[in-house]
Design a protein around this ligand. Structure first.
Ligand code: BDR
Ligand code: CA
Length: 309
């Protein structure tokens, strides 16, 4: 039986791979894609989501979400993802249309009406999900789990303390962490273990499928930018790890800990403080991933891109 999932994302090169995995793997029943601003402005991330769904021939509705973070001004990641948010690929004329409904309304209605609990995978800032929870707190009871790419127990990637998705909307992230449902954090600690090395690109290139071609075109630009900014030969494959974990939870090793977001507006604003040693004796609220089975992860991605799960 497949798992009902809503993917909330801000595509984004690595979000694109999360869309591939969640849209193409039979273990996931992708109910809808809700879009946030983040890697680029909302208009661009929404267009990117529609282009990806069309390119992959997915029968998945796309909903546009909230334009700005709850408190902070919007910060984008065009240094990594470029002017379009998906630099490196050109799509055919867009015919796949956006749903009329707002992403926040879609999240609320789906959680209220779906007969079984729904999992939320969040691979961008958490603005849409936080607002849905504020507008309709009752929906929390029909959430199976929230798995999010964001944060770091170690150092950040925008400031020494903070990771991009959390830093864009720290207040939204705290609203999600305050909730009673299961939360799993896929932070930089694990995503930096899954690098898109030249060997990975070569393996995917050999598949010669529609999806693998997209992966290779995207990763070329992604890796160039990762090298320029972080000096990495092969950037971290952040977002798809959330989906890989939903397909095969054994891919990640986690610690259960109390996590909170630094909302102090000081230099560590947006940091995820995870009390892995339980110094503070606060109630544990998040499964924090610290290790990934990198081989199993890439095998899974390869199978999906090859079209043979
Ligand atoms: C996260 O930030 C974005 O640029 C990526 O898409 C990923 O979700 C990594 O910090
Ligand atoms: Ca993202």
């Amino acid at each position: 039986m497949s798992k009902p999932v809503i993917l909330d994302c801000d595509p984004g090169h690595d979000d694109a791979v999360a869309i591939m995995l969640s849209g193409l793997h039979p273990a996931i029943d992708l109910l809808g894609i809700t879009v946030s601003s983040g890697n680029q402005t909302l208009d661009k991330t929404t267009k990117n989501a529609l282009n990806l769904v069309q390119y992959l021939s997915l029968d998945v509705p796309v909903y546009k979400g909230v334009k700005e973070p709850l408190v902070a001004p919007l910060r984008i990641a065009d240094d990594i993802h470029g002017e379009s948010g998906l630099d490196g690929v050109t799509f055919e004329r867009l015919t796949h249309s956006l749903q009329d409904k707002h992403a926040v309304d879609f999240i609320i209605d789906t959680l209220r009406n779906h007969e079984e609990p729904v999992t939320l995978a969040i691979t961008g800032p958490m603005t849409n999900v936080a607002l849905a929870l504020k507008m309709a707190p009752d929906i929390a009871s029909n959430i199976e789990e929230v798995v999010f790419m964001g944060g770091a127990h170690g150092y950040g990637n925008v400031t020494p303390a903070a990771e991009f998705n959390i830093l864009v909307d720290p207040e939204a992230a705290q609203i999600v962490l305050n909730q009673p449902f299961k939360k799993t954090m896929v932070g930089l600690d694990v995503t930096r273990q899954a690098l898109v090395t030249p060997e990975v690109v070569q393996t995917m290139d050999a598949l010669k499928t529609q999806a693998s071609k997209l992966f290779v075109d995207l990763m070329k630009v992604y890796n160039e930018n990762q090298q320029q900014i972080f000096g990495l030969v092969g950037g971290p494959m952040h977002d798809p790890i959330t989906i890989a974990y939903l397909i095969d939870p054994s891919i990640l090793t986690t610690d259960y800990a109390h996590c909170s977001i630094d909302l102090s507006h000081g230099e560590s604003y947006g940091r995820t403080n995870c009390d892995l040693f339980n110094y503070q004796h606060k109630e544990k609220n998040t499964y924090v991933a610290h290790k990934i089975n990198v081989t199993a992860f890439w095998q899974l991605v390869r199978k999906v891109l090859a079209g043979a799960q």
